[in-house]
Design a protein around this ligand. Structure first.
Ligand SMILES: [Mg+2]
Length: 127
């Protein structure tokens, strides 16, 4: 990691959550930042029971959750943004609360793109 930016060429696999939070802040267009966080295979590991079988089944990705919590603690706005449909908003909120994820807002049905092209994206694999 250089210049406060996350780069694909040098993923900070062992960087502490505070350092990753610094890098994410460096990418933000304002301070405090409004940070949109995906749920499945971002806040979850992709392991455990799929959400459509059991809303409380997916496993939390502890590292990503710790980074998100650090950003929340620094005063940034955490917006959970998932492709899950609105009909499971309640159980998704329950899952977040049950795993201690602090956030400010929940948005559903972002679409189910196979690839997201976004000028402000940070891929979870970089975390
Ligand atoms: Mg996802």
């Amino acid at each position: 990691m250089k210049d406060g930016l996350l780069r694909l060429s040098d993923p900070p696999d062992d960087a502490p959550p505070t350092e990753i939070a610094d890098a994410i802040e460096g990418r933000a267009d304002r301070d405090p930042a409004r940070i949109a966080v995906d749920v499945d295979e971002t806040l979850t590991t992709g392991e455990g029971t799929p959400w459509w079988e059991d809303g409380l089944g997916p496993e939390l990705d502890d590292r990503v959750a710790e980074i998100v919590d650090e950003l929340y603690a620094r005063g940034h706005t955490i917006l959970i943004w998932t492709a899950r449909p609105w009909r499971v908003a309640g159980e998704t909120a329950g899952w977040l609360t049950g795993h201690g994820v602090r956030y400010h807002g929940l948005r559903m049905a972002k679409g189910s793109g196979g690839v997201y092209l976004d000028d402000k994206a940070v891929n979870v694999e970089q975390l």
